[in-house]
Write a protein that binds this ligand. Sequence first.
Ligand code: PAZ
Length: 337
Amino acid sequence: MADPQQAERDYFANEPPPKDLQANVTLAREFIHRHDAAGRRLVLVTSGGTTVPLETQTVRYIDNFSAGTRGATSAEFFLRQGYAVVFLHRQFSLLPYSRHYSHNTRSFLDYMREENGRVVVDGQHQSDMLDVLRQYTQVKREGRLLILSFVTITEYLWDLREVAQLMRPLGPRAMFYLAAAVSDFFVPSDRMVEHKIQSNEEFSQTADSTESTERAPAARTEGRKLVIDLEPVPKFLKQLVDGWAPDGIIVSFKLETDPSILVKKARYALNKYSHHLVIGNLLSTRKWEVVFVSKLEGEKWIRVPEHRRTKSFSGVPSLVGSADASARQDHTEPSQS
Ligand code: PAZ
């Protein structure tokens, strides 16, 4: 089996860092030092899906499913509990607080109207919006939320590694809450074609246009077919647990679509990486049930009661958003629906 440290070295040696890495590191360093000095608990929340570009000048890419609801909602709850939050999210996915008014079927302008030449919030939304605004304003005043973004798997991994290493000195006061949906496969940069992949063979790239690559391009057309040959992304959870932040509290997520393997795979991840908690969820029921799998407590299901599974005012039903007060915990099997 490949040595994970070697796989990490190879990955970061071959995949160039994002352009904004240094700027992100500078922001994160200041943020982490400030909150460390104040004795605050810090959490890195990752959120949204990573992409796998197929071309260097990217027109086409493979995406990972995630709207960022779990991450953005959870970040609000960590902030409410007094944490400082580094929110590493997929660009344009949901953000804490603004999530209540974005990505809806309705425009944010529908919450407002004009009154005497001024913009005012509609009466029916006043109290909800005031509540969100007060929380947001307080967090901003206290400087407790740092928002960083990624698009590709490589940007995500560079940012994760740098921020995790900066958080390392905090030991168990640092938590890693890894809700992002991260690609398992990718196109290494030395196998990536420069230009847009053509569907017409006449215009397909010749060896000339990929001459910087000694290895065969990972995406190519054969006749009218597009053939993509992806490589595995090294398993970075192992590196996080053992190397980047060995004393941090690490919570990972596991998304599946087949209910019969969810708990098995969550247990497998827990045993393999020896971290603190795996939160499992199914694509179809993730909004109202999750399973916590940990060494200390085994398997514990948390469900939003049926009568609370209606849409919230934001139009987004959310386990974290509505479960804190009334979620039922039990040890039964997941719903098969
Ligand atoms: O972002 P979202 O609320 O639509 O979905 C959240 C989620 C399903 C991506 C998250 O809960 C999760 O399981 N993340 C890990 C996915 C994975 O197995 O890589």
